[in-house]
Design a protein around this ligand. Sequence first.
Ligand SMILES: [Zn+2]
Length: 342
Amino acid sequence: MSVLAKRLQFGWSTPLDPKTGMAGLPPNLADREERTMNWISNYVRPKLKSILKRKEVPEHLWTTCPECAAMLNHRSIDRALYVCPECDHHMAIPPRKRFDHLFDNQIYELVDVPLPREDPLHFRDSKRYPDRLREARKTTKEHEAMLVAIGNIGKTRMVVAAQDFRFMAGSMGIFVGNAIVAACKLCRKEDMPLILFATAGGARMQEGILSLMQMPRTTVAVQSLAEAGLPYIVVLTHPTTGGVTASFAMLGDIHMAEPGALIGFAGPRVIEQTIKEQLPEGFQRAEHLLKNGMLDMVVHRAKIRERIISIVRMLSGLPPPIRGSITYRQRKLPAPVDSAGL
Ligand SMILES: [Zn+2]
């Protein structure tokens, strides 16, 4: 029987020796022991519990920066446009958040994209393709890896398409192809520029050859904008690789990139193994590509909106933007050229 149990049984009036369990412990020592126990149970234990409890922060409130591993609160990241305040790493931003930042007063309209037949190849790797789609829809709350929106940016009507890296790494399947074709058609119909935010791991392997066919298809679609004399601006974000880089993402009139974005076709490891040479530091990063003439500019996420307004106004023959009020005047062009086969 423990000393405490004996105390509970016999009370403090008959002090017990802690070693022998016999009565005889001086009353003042017994008091001290009682005070110690109270201090442990009333103060130390709750304090320890509260410290442990504090570590169990709900996951949905915090996220970790993939670059510097800083713990970041969701609300603060949201305010900072998903740019890490510690190391300035530009994290993947959901398209709707991007639209909120870009469009005047956060007002825009989502453009309907024709839905393709799902899982045309009945593809299965470690999981069934429909199961992967279901999972991605549940986590992102989006139907697919690209959203298209129309609205005013700096009082100029524009169509914006944004890829969602959270949705199966933003991979280009038939839906993404449909989204780009729909965006280009709308631009031609409404005589508007297209702004495209690219981010992807490449083509969607679960759709095999059908995903690769989106490369020429989107190329023809963006070419139709050039034929109609409409600006097409591409913003390359981290990371843009594979078939996306090899098609619509590298065919803009202006190529802008976010700082530190990885842009390339094959990954650096594959290149090193193929050419058997060490690649320079910062290879395939936005700054390196800018230095080597592959990009026109590297722009911080917070400044992209301003830069897009300036470029579109310049390319549309409008006067430069002035803070305050901008005179709204949409350029009138002859009837848009209808591109065959789209
Ligand atoms: Zn960071």
